[in-house]
Ligand binder design. Structure first.
Ligand SMILES: NC(=O)c1ccc[n+]([C@@H]2O[C@H](COP(=O)([O-])OP(=O)(O)OC[C@H]3O[C@@H](n4cnc5c(N)ncnc54)[C@H](OP(=O)(O)O)[C@@H]3O)[C@@H](O)[C@H]2O)c1
Length: 398
């Protein structure tokens, strides 16, 4: 099986990953590869959704925001595309019978649509790490039951997926991290950092939320949890290494002393193309690696005192799935507040940590229980968002 004839849907088509996915599809189509698109969806960007529809020609397009339905219908008039809006429309986009579904909505908002693709046994290209982070055991159980295959798109997990030849012979996994824009910044500079500085990633061009997560290193914390779930490893067998050049995307250490890594230029089209053509490979025009020009690849240990989000994520994973769902939800609230200018950069990890500590006291039963349903995940998520908002308001007022 290759990308030829594989029908696809793209959840989060208007975002950074959605755009890269369309570029890969367009390039393969130009080579004569038939890739019909079933459905696309987005949050509220009607113009970008209309552009995606003109390029992809899906049968179905959905927007999260119901108030924009008529505007979307007008923008897509004449394209012969069914248009819908609201939470159920997003789920329908994923439930339509595409072989391969790109899950690239940002945040826990992607959980219900992604699960619709998982439940019908699709190949699910997983860019959205938050949905696996907040409901890992339930999502993996659903995939095992339906036969769905989760294809990691996050460059680090995609790298491991590519070189994981002998899963039973693994000593440990190493996730690389660029270190983000504040890798060498002082504590004072980070305290004063503005959203545009936090979003100025040195190597990758990404959406605002993941850019801020990369700056706090919460992205790597979420990825650590994602790797532990995807590759069935305990947290102490997953470590993180700062690698400022973002060329080595991750490494697998085997029990015979061999270490296998995947290298490529930092361009998301490479892991997306790998997931789309899997188990084959596609030919695409992402930049070629010129190691002689790069000359030096460097590595360093992350500083968990300056970037406490990484430690918070590790601790949450050790404590259980509800702590992880709470961590994710609190971080989403804090990042949104930071992007809106309501709190400072260092407050993001603080709010996340204080939210978990609060729930451990006030909602001890909820947070100690392993969720047995998606409703229970949603209850933890809502409790954490509520607490995080309250803590953020009191911090902003202080
Ligand atoms: N960008 C990368 O290089 C990269 C790499 C690895 C993993 N990821 C992961 O991939 C996911 C997407 O990242 P991104 O950088 O592409 O983000 P992004 O550029 O911010 O795009 C987010 C997408 O989600 C849609 N969206 C936002 N809120 C929504 C909602 N409530 N319901 C439905 N759709 C909603 C947006 O639609 P509108 O445009 O209409 O708002 C957009 O299509 C994240 O989980 C991220 O961690 C990204």
């Amino acid at each position: 099986m290759s990308a030829e004839g594989r029908s696809v849907s793209i959840l989060g088509v208007t975002g950074s990953i959605g755009q890269s996915t369309m570029l890969v599809i367009e390039e393969l189509r130009a080579q004569g590869v038939d890739i019909p698109v079933q459905a696309v969806c987005a949050g509220r960007n009607v113009d970008a959704l209309a552009d995606a529809c003109r390029r992809m020609r899906p049968r179905f397009a959905a927007l999260a925001d119901e108030t924009l339905l008529e505007e979307a219908r007008a923008a897509l008039a004449g394209l012969d595309i069914e248009v819908a809006a609201g939470a159920s429309a997003l789920v329908e986009a994923a439930a339509r019978p595409a072989d391969w579904v790109m899950s690239a909505i940002v945040g826990a908002a992607g959980l219900a649509p992604t699960m619709a693709a998982v439940r019908r046994g699709a190949l699910v290209a997983l860019a959205n790490k938050e949905c696996l982070v907040c409901a890992g055991p339930l999502m993996l159980a659903a995939a095992a039951a339906s036969g769905a295959r989760l294809l990691p798109v996050d460059s680090e997990h995609n790298a491991i997926f590519q070189v994981l030849t002998h899963p039973q012979r693994v000593d440990k996994l190493t996730l690389t991290a660029s270190g983000g824009p504040f890798r060498t910044s002082s504590q004072e500079a980070m305290a004063a950092a503005k959203p545009e500085q936090a979003c100025a990633h040195p190597n990758w061009s990404m959406g605002a939320k993941i850019s801020v997560d990369s700056a706090t290193l919460m992205n790597k914390g979420l990825e650590l949890i994602e790797a532990a779930y995807l590759f069935d490893k305990p947290e102490h067998q997953v470590d993180v290494l700062i690698h400022p050049q973002s060329i080595v995307h991750s490494l697998v250490h085997y029990q015979d002393g061999s270490v296998l890594a995947q290298l490529s230029a930092p361009d998301m089209r490479t892991p997306i193309a790998y997931a789309l053509a899997w188990p084959d490979r596609a030919g695409i025009s992402s930049p070629r690696l010129d190691l002689a020009t790069i000359a030096n690849l460097s590595f360093e240990t992350p500083d968990e005192d300056r970037f406490p989000a990484l430690r918070l994520a590790r601790e949450a994973f050790r404590a259980g799935p509800s702590r992880v769902a709470a961590l994710n939800a609190a971080n989403e609230v804090a990042v949104a507040d930071f992007l809106a200018g309501r709190i400072g950069f260092l407050d993001i990890a603080r709010i996340t940590g204080e939210t978990i500590a609060h729930l451990e006291g006030a909602e001890a039963g909820l947070i100690a229980k392993t969720p047995s349903s998606f409703d229970e995940v949603a209850a933890v998520d809502q409790a954490a968002r509520h607490a995080a908002r309250r803590i953020a308001v009191s911090l902003a007022a202080a």
